[in-house]
Design a protein around this ligand. Structure first.
Ligand code: HEC
Ligand code: HEC
Ligand code: HEC
Ligand code: HEC
Ligand code: HEC
Ligand code: HEC
Length: 349
C-alpha cells in the first residue's frame, strides 16, 4: 500500500478545483455590464484539518552488528577474561587479606585497590602525603592493574601507570624494567632507612626492618646498609623484569614463577636453585639469624627488641630482614643477597 502523502491528496482534488474556478470565471464574464464590481470578500476561515493518514509500513530492518559495540572487543564468546580471573583468584593478590590495610593513609599507597591505583597512576611514591586512607576499601581486582572500563575498548587492558619507571620512595631512585615497573611500584622497601647518631641507632619498634615485598630494590642492588651492590643480571637482561619470570609469555595471573621462564637463558635448568644459589642463601640466612638473636637485637620470630645498638648491629638486622623479606633466596640478585648476609656474619660472627 502506498503511503498517502499530503502532496498526492492535493493533486487528487486539483481537477475539481480547476473546474470550479473555471465556472466562476465564466459566470463573472456573463454578468451585466452596468453593475459596479463588489469589493473582494474576506478570506474564509481555514477548513478543518484533514484526517491523519494510515501508518506507513515499517522501514528496512535496522542491523545492529555486534562489532559496533566496543564491549565485544573484550566480552565475546572467548574465555580470555574467565581464564585470567581463575588464575587471579588462586593468587595471593586475588585471595590475600592484606588489602584491608588500605583503610589507613600510611598503607593505602600499596594495599587495597583504590589508593594503590590512584597513587600509581599519578606516579607518586607509596607514602606520598597526597595518599589518603580509603573508606570501604576494595581488594585488588583487574581494575587495580588495568584501565578496565575507562574507554570501553580493548585499550583498557593497558596497565595502570602505563609502565612508566617506578619511583622508589626510600632510596630516591627509580626502577625501569618494562611491565615490571607496575610490580616495583608496590614491591619496594617501605620503611625509612635508619640514620646513626655517633655510631648508635635507637628504635622503639618491635617491627624494625624493611617491611615485606622489597624485591625492586633487591634487583636494583640498593637499599641495604653499609654494603654496596649493583643491579642484577636479572634486572638488566630479563624482558619486563618481574613479569618475564613471574608471568611468562602467556602472562600467567597466578604470579608463581615457572622454570620454563628461565630456560631461554639457563639451558636445562630444572629448579630455581641454579648452581645451588638458593641452598647457599638459605644456609646464610640461618647463620645470620642465629647471630642476631645471640646479639640480643632480634627474637626467634624476627621481631626487633627496642633499644640503642651500635650501627653495625642495626645494619646487620636491616640487611638480614631485607634478604629474608625478598623471599627469592637469592634469585633476584644472587651477588647482592650474598654480600648482605656476609656483612652480618663478618660483623657479628
Ligand atoms: C578491556 C576489555 C573490556 C571492555 C572493552 C569492556 N569490558 Fe566489561 N569487563 C572487563 C573485565 C576484565 C571485567 C571483569 C572485572 C572483574 O573480574 O573484576 C568486566 C566486567 C564487566 C561486567 C561485570 C560487572 C563489573 O563491572 O565487573 C559488566 C556488566 C561489563 N563488564 C559490561 C561491559 C560493557 C557494557 C562494556 C561496553 C560498554 C564493557 N564491559 C567493555 C573488560 C572489559
Ligand atoms: C598494588 C600493589 C601491588 C602490585 C602492583 C603488585 N603487587 Fe604483588 N603483592 C602485593 C601485596 C600487598 C601482596 C600480598 C597480598 C596479601 O597477602 O594479601 C602481594 C603478593 C605478591 C606475591 C605472592 C607473595 C607470597 O608471599 O605468596 C607475588 C609473587 C607477587 N605479589 C608478585 C607481583 C608481581 C610479579 C607483580 C607485577 C605483575 C605484582 N606483584 C604487583 C602488592 C602488589
Ligand atoms: C611500599 C608499598 C607498601 C606499603 C606502603 C605497605 N605495604 Fe604491606 N605489603 C606490601 C607488599 C608488596 C606486601 C607483600 C609482600 C610479599 O608477600 O612478598 C605486603 C605485605 C603486608 C602484610 C603481610 C600480608 C601477608 O599475607 O603475609 C601485612 C600484614 C602488611 N603488608 C601490612 C602493612 C601495613 C599495616 C602497612 C601500613 C602501615 C603497609 N603494609 C604498608 C607493600 C606495602
Ligand atoms: C597485579 C596486577 C594485575 C592484576 C590484578 C591483573 N593483571 Fe592482567 N596483566 C598484568 C600485567 C603486568 C600484564 C602484562 C602486561 C604486558 O605484557 O605489557 C597483564 C596482562 C593481561 C592481559 C593481556 C595478556 C594476555 O594474555 O592476553 C589480559 C587479557 C589481562 N591481563 C587480564 C586481566 C584480568 C581479566 C584481570 C582480573 C581478573 C587481571 N588481568 C588482573 C597485571 C595484572
Ligand atoms: C629471574 C627471574 C625473576 C625476576 C626478574 C623476578 N623474580 Fe621474583 N622470584 C623469582 C623466583 C625464582 C622466586 C623464588 C620462588 C621460589 O623459590 O619458590 C621469586 C620469588 C618472589 C617472591 C616471593 C614469592 C613467594 O612465594 O614467597 C615475590 C613476592 C617476588 N618474587 C616478586 C618479584 C617482583 C616484584 C619482581 C620485580 C621487581 C621480581 N619478583 C622479579 C624469579 C624472579
Ligand atoms: C634473560 C636471561 C635470563 C633469564 C630469563 C633468567 N636468568 Fe638467571 N641469570 C642470567 C644471567 C646472565 C646470570 C648471570 C650468569 C653468570 O654470571 O654466569 C644469571 C644468574 C642466575 C643465578 C645465579 C647462579 C647462576 O646460575 O649463575 C640464578 C640462581 C639464576 N640466574 C636463576 C634464574 C631463575 C630461577 C630464572 C627463572 C625464574 C632465571 N634465572 C631467568 C640470565 C637470566
Amino acid at each position: 500500500m502506498d503511503r498517502p502523502s499530503g502532496l498526492s491528496r492535493t493533486s487528487r482534488y486539483l481537477p475539481t478545483i480547476l473546474l470550479l474556478v473555471g465556472v466562476m470565471l465564466a459566470l463573472a464574464a456573463c454578468s451585466g455590464s452596468d453593475g459596479s464590481d463588489g469589493s473582494t470578500g474576506e478570506a474564509g476561515a481555514a477548513g478543518p484539518a484533514g484526517e491523519v493518514g494510515p501508518a506507513g509500513p515499517a522501514g528496512p530492518a535496522g542491523e545492529v552488528s555486534a562489532t559496533d559495540l566496543t564491549c565485544t572487543e573484550c566480552h565475546d564468546e572467548g574465555t580470555r577474561i574467565v581464564s585470567k580471573q581463575a588464575q587471579f583468584h588462586r593468587s595471593q593478590h586475588g585471595s590475600g587479606g592484606a588489602y584491608v590495610r588500605g583503610g589507613s593513609a600510611s598503607c593505602a599507597g600499596c594495599h587495597g585497590s583504590e589508593g594503590a591505583e590512584a597513587r600509581i597512576e599519578a606516579g607518586l611514591v607509596p607514602r606520598d602525603e597526597a595518599v589518603e586512607g580509603i573508606i570501604n576499601v576494595s581488594p585488588y581486582t583487574c581494575r587495580t592493574c588495568h584501565d578496565i572500563h575507562t574507554t570501553y575498548t580493548e585499550d583498557d587492558f593497558s596497565l595502570t601507570g602505563d609502565s612508566a619507571p617506578a619511583p622508589m620512595g626510600v632510596t630516591a631512585s627509580s626502577f625501569d624494567g618494562g611491565a615490571g615497573n607496575l610490580c616495583a611500584s608496590c614491591h619496594q622497601i617501605r620503611n625509612e632507612l635508619p640514620v646513626a647518631v655517633d655510631g648508635v641507632i635507637e628504635f622503639t619498634t618491635t617491627r624494625f626492618g624493611t617491611h615485606y615485598g622489597v624485591e625492586a630494590q633487591m634487583l636494583l642492588g640498593e637499599g641495604g646498609l653499609m654494603v654496596t651492590g649493583s643491579p642484577s643480571e636479572h634486572y638488566e637482561k630479563v624482558d619486563d623484569t618481574c613479569v618475564g619470570c613471574h608471568m611468562g609469555e602467556n602472562r600467567d595471573h597466578t604470579w608463581v614463577p615457572d622454570v620454563d621462564n628461565c630456560v631461554s637463558c639457563h639451558d636445562d635448568l630444572e629448579s630455581f636453585d641454579s648452581r645451588g644459589v638458593q641452598t647457599e642463601i638459605q644456609e646464610l640466612l640461618v647463620e645470620a639469624k642465629a647471630l642476631l638473636v645471640a646479639n640480643g637485637i632480634m627474637t626467634e620470630e624476627n621481631r626487633s627488641i627496642p633499644g640503642a645498638y651500635p650501627e653495625e648491629v642495626v645494619s646487620s638486622m636491616w640487611n638480614f630482614m631485607f634478604v629474608y623479606s625478598d623471599s627469592s633466596d637469592g634469585v633476584h640478585n644472587p651477588d647482592y643477597a650474598k654480600a648482605l648476609l656476609e656483612y652480618v656474619i663478618e660483623n657479628l660472627g
